[in-house]
Design a binder for this molecule. Structure first.
Ligand SMILES: Cc1cc2nc3c(=O)[nH]c(=O)nc-3n(C[C@H](O)[C@H](O)[C@H](O)COP(=O)(O)OP(=O)(O)OC[C@H]3O[C@@H](n4cnc5c(N)ncnc54)[C@H](O)[C@@H]3O)c2cc1C
Length: 417
């Protein structure tokens, strides 16, 4: 089915009973070439690119709940590639390039809005570091610029930048191609196209075990029976530690709670994503007029998906320091997700010690922006057996080799990344 203005008009006039469900569920085969564990954006993107780029369609995606019910639809929808280290920048910048055309490619409106991502600096030292980062980004082919205070005030007039602010702002790094993408549409768009290409997607069907013999993956277990497969990829975000344990793999990852908030809607006023770095608070306005806010992790291991009051207060204090008018708005909704954070705060993507079993985890609260790129590269690895350059640095064994990718320079404290 093609989505177009004309098809909408026709259904508005003639009735819409013939809209087919976009998520048809086929009969389950007993054997697949590749099993994707986890029907979030990453898993579905992997399945889609396997089918569309590599013509590998004997693929099943098993999702414990409903597709896009995990972190994919719990995040604050921010996409950007303003990273200093080559590995982080490379993969996320590849994603930013893919986001630009993905709505067309998937025939599904992902509402990519490149409004600009504005990272506030609170000291001259921080601004100097941002300048270094901006130069590295430009050398890598991305757009980046530094705004001094007058330009920043022109760009975001509502921002409180007075010298009497608790953490005065002295400038910003801006990436114009950064912005937001409608997160649940990403899961639906990838799922729909993958299913059209022949991929089988099963919801409410968790993988409960792995059949491993002589160090090689032979299949997976589900409540609906055992499935044989040549390869599988674990792509389950906050559930990674538990699911990897089913294959006797100990991941250097902690599941940590992260919260997000939405205010009541008001007239459009903020045409950028703004990030406050003294503490952490990131904010954007939706097309409906609500402000979406996020902050740092709750700071402790938890899979409860319930937020602590301390972090709520912390995020709102920072939000109102940035934009004092927000103090007059009510919060409408608030939710949490379980972020899978590794010891260097970065992703783990690639091989495991078990032949045929791949892993994709450790994205914490920064993995949405990478969704198309990681799906694209993981599909290439599964289809060709060759490790793509863009994901090679994210190997699980980098923790033994000491080849860490610690963008924030924080060290082995996942809750602080
Ligand atoms: C509050 C919050 C804000 C965030 N904000 C941003 C942001 O602004 N920008 C950004 O880039 N990133 C952000 N992130 C991070 C981002 O959401 C994740 O990194 C990304 O969505 C991970 O995608 P995924 O497909 O791996 O995970 P998910 O969407 O969580 O998919 C994994 C799926 O695996 C399923 N699963 C679990 N166990 C099993 C099993 N045994 N068998 C089968 N399926 C299973 C789950 O049900 C889930 O649907 C945020 C995260 C949170 C929590």
């Amino acid at each position: 089915m093609h989505y177009s203005g004309l098809s909408l008009l026709r259904r508005a006039v003639c009735g819409s009973e013939d809209w087919a469900s976009i998520l048809t569920e086929p009969g389950m085969a007993r054997s697949y070439d590749i099993v994707v564990v986890g029907g979030g954006g990453h898993g579905l993107a992997t399945a889609y690119y396997l089918a569309s780029k590599h013509h590998v369609t004997n693929v099943a995606v098993f999702e414990a709940g409903w597709i896009g019910g995990g972190n994919t639809a719990r995040n604050t929808t921010i996409v950007r590639s303003d990273y200093l280290l080559n590995a982080s920048f490379g993969l996320k910048n590849h994603a930013l390039q893919l986001w630009a055309d993905l709505s067309q490619e998937l025939n599904f409106n992902l509402m990519y809005a490149p409004r600009g991502y504005i990272d506030l600096a609170h000291s001259d030292g921080e601004l100097e570091h941002f300048t270094l980062r901006a130069n590295a980004m430009r050398l890598g082919g991305a757009d980046a610029s530094i705004l001094g205070l007058p330009d920043l005030q022109n760009r975001v007039p509502q921002l409180s930048v007075g010298a009497d602010a608790r953490y005065p702002v002295c400038g910003a790094l801006v990436q114009e191609a950064g912005g937001v993408v409608r997160h649940d549409a990403v899961a639906w768009g990838f799922a729909r196209k993958a299913i059209e290409a022949g991929v089988h997607v099963f919801q409410n069907c968790p993988v409960t075990g792995f059949d491993i013999r002589e160090g090689r993956l032979r299949g997976v277990q589900t409540p609906r029976g055992n499935i044989t497969c040549d390869q599988a990829v674990i792509s389950v975000a906050g559930a990674s530690v538990d699911v990897a344990k089913l294959a006797s793999i100990d991941l250097p990852v902690m599941p940590i709670n992260v919260q997000a908030f939405v205010t009541e809607p008001v007239k459009p006023t903020l045409d950028a994503v703004v990030n406050y770095n003294a503490g952490l608070c990131y904010i954007s306005q939706t097309t409906k007029g609500e402000f979406v806010l996020g902050g740092a992790t709750d700071g402790y291991v938890s899979t409860a998906r319930r937020g602590s009051f301390a972090r709520i207060e912390d995020v709102l204090a920072r939000a109102t320091q940035m934009f004092p008018f927000l103090s007059r708005l009510r919060l409408m909704r608030h939710w949490s997700g379980t972020a899978d954070i590794a010891m260097d705060g970065n992703a783990i993507v690639g091989d495991t010690p078990i032949k045929g079993l791949k892993i994709n985890t450790g994205w914490g609260y920064a993995g949405f922006k990478a969704t198309p790129a990681v799906g694209h590269e993981m599909a290439a690895l599964l289809a060709t057996g060759r490790m793509p350059d863009l994901i090679a640095p994210f190997a699980l064994d980098r923790f033994e080799a000491g080849a860490l990718i610690d963008d924030a320079g924080i060290g082995p404290y996942p809750w602080l990344h």
